[in-house]
Design a protein around this ligand. Structure first.
Ligand code: LLP
Length: 431
């Protein structure tokens, strides 16, 4: 007996000693499932980008902050970023020390800035006015500046983070002003960073932007350049979402060769002794995660065929938000014969017509009771989920290196919906 469509996960033995059906039976539906081996492999892929002794991977925690995944990423020797007090807290809870955390700030209050300064973590600021704020709060402190190299990349205009059409970074022509503020507050200019956008599938743009950041660093006065501690090229490493069409992965080898050459040549030439970082989120976390759901209804509306599931945009918002594509598996034991393909949309249980997780896909016929797997859901999946329509956030399960399944976060409960409410002191509750 085989499933209707599961060759991708079968080959990887993604679910270890369990079937997706068993996992849903045991832990409920919908369910995020993570595979530890894949997570570790992805960390190693990027740690092995360069043998430069000062190169490391700075995992971008926004992609997935499950504490158990963070601990594995820490064990793999990566460092981590944070961009909010909550991410900083989770990084610390996972065991990252203050010198393993880089706070990439964006339009933050002085309280938030002070919180990070007091935690002893290095911070990158994103504008001249935030650099001034940092100087006022922590004169003599260490600070990095995020630059906007003017080269953007990404899968959707909402995730391109460089170029003139974005809010991010200081433009290079502002360098004299950066240096003036640094001098005014006796700050130590600790490094430069950038992030051109999310999900590039060819190495050229990233390498071009990396070369640009290095050439910008080289324009710094020698006494600053020689004391720089960090150059962070940013994230954006893409993964192939079209698994069943055989989409080619990012050419990591070309990227590795190019980046290693850039870093070593530049460090040799300038005498730079600081660290080099890449800052991937999706590449590390996406492919180790699959979202499982259950089909509760199938129907035709005119010519359109729908499979109605519990996979609403409350659990995985990327398709509704960016029109993102996640490939689909269908789990139902059946004799190993290929059924005819038909056009179907997989929809959720949220009261909005945009609640479509897979639009007009050519798939084997989905039946009531089928378990659906949304592939590559480990990054920007659970972290972007919401309790919209007062639906409970799903549970999360880890398949360990031996193939055994462990509950690593329980499903939310109805009581969680009431957590946090206060009774108004003015008696409004009883009016
Ligand atoms: N560094 C900075 C400063 C970032 O803003 C980001 C992502 C990253 C690193 C990591 O980028 P990655 O390697 O994961 O591409 N929610 C969107 C993606 C938003 C990315 C935001 N910034 C999605 O689901 O596609």
């Amino acid at each position: 007996m085989a499933n209707v469509r599961s060759t991708y996960t079968d080959k990887l033995q993604f679910f270890g000693n369990n079937t997706p059906q068993e996992l849903v039976q045991r832990f409920g539906s919908p369910l995020y499932v993570y595979n530890e081996n894949i997570l570790r492999t992805r960390c190693r892929d990027l740690k092995n980008l360069s043998t430069h002794p000062k190169y490391n991977v700075n995992y971008s925690a926004k992609a997935n902050t499950n504490i158990h995944l963070l601990r594995i990423i820490h064990q793999e020797g990566c460092v981590i970023d944070a961009m909010s007090p909550g991410e900083l807290y989770m990084d610390q809870q996972a065991g990252f020390t203050s010198d393993e955390i880089l706070y990439i700030s964006n339009n933050i209050s002085s309280e938030e800035m002070m919180n990070a300064i007091q935690a002893g973590v290095l911070m990158s600021v994103d504008s001249l006015s935030q650099l001034e704020q940092y100087g006022r709060l922590n004169p003599g402190g260490r600070v990095m500046v995020r630059f906007n190299p003017g080269i953007g990349a990404g899968h959707h205009k909402k995730v391109i983070t460089a170029g003139k059409e974005t809010k991010f970074g200081v433009t290079p022509d502002n360098m004299p002003e950066v240096l003036r503020i640094i001098a005014q507050y006796r700050l130590h200019f600790a490094g430069l960073n950038q992030h051109i956008g999310s999900l590039f599938m060819t190495p050229e743009g990233y390498l071009e932007a990396a070369a640009f950041l290095l050439s910008l660093a080289e324009t710094l006065p020698a006494e600053i350049l020689h004391k720089l501690e960090v150059i962070d090229f940013g994230g954006g490493f893409g993964i192939p979402y079209h698994k069943y069409e055989g989409e080619a992965p990012l050419d990591i080898e070309t990227l590795a060769t190019g980046l290693h050459a850039l870093m070593t040549e530049w460090a040799d030439r300038t005498g730079y002794t600081g660290r080099f970082l890449t800052e991937p989120g999706r590449y590390i976390a996406a492919e180790c995660g699959i979202l499982l759901g259950t089909t509760h209804c199938v129907k035709n509306n005119g010519d359109n065929r729908y499979a109605g599931t519990d996979l609403g945009f409350n659990v995985l918002v990327r398709p509704a938000m960016y029109d993102s594509f996640h490939d689909v598996e269908i789990y139902r034991e059946q004799p190993a014969t290929d059924g005819p393909l038909m056009e179907q949309s997989i929809v959720g249980n949220i009261c909005e017509s945009g609640d479509i997780i897979a639009k007009k896909r050519l798939l084997p016929e989905i039946h009531e009771g089928d378990i659906i797997g949304m592939l590559d859901a480990g990054a920007y999946g659970y972290v972007m989920s919401s309790p919209y329509n007062q639906r409970l956030r799903p549970a999360e399960v880890l398949i360990d290196a031996q193939g055994n399944a462990h509950l690593i976060r329980r499903r939310e409960s109805l009581a969680d919906l009431m957590a946090g409410y206060e009774t108004p002191g003015n008696g409004a509750a009883s009016r």
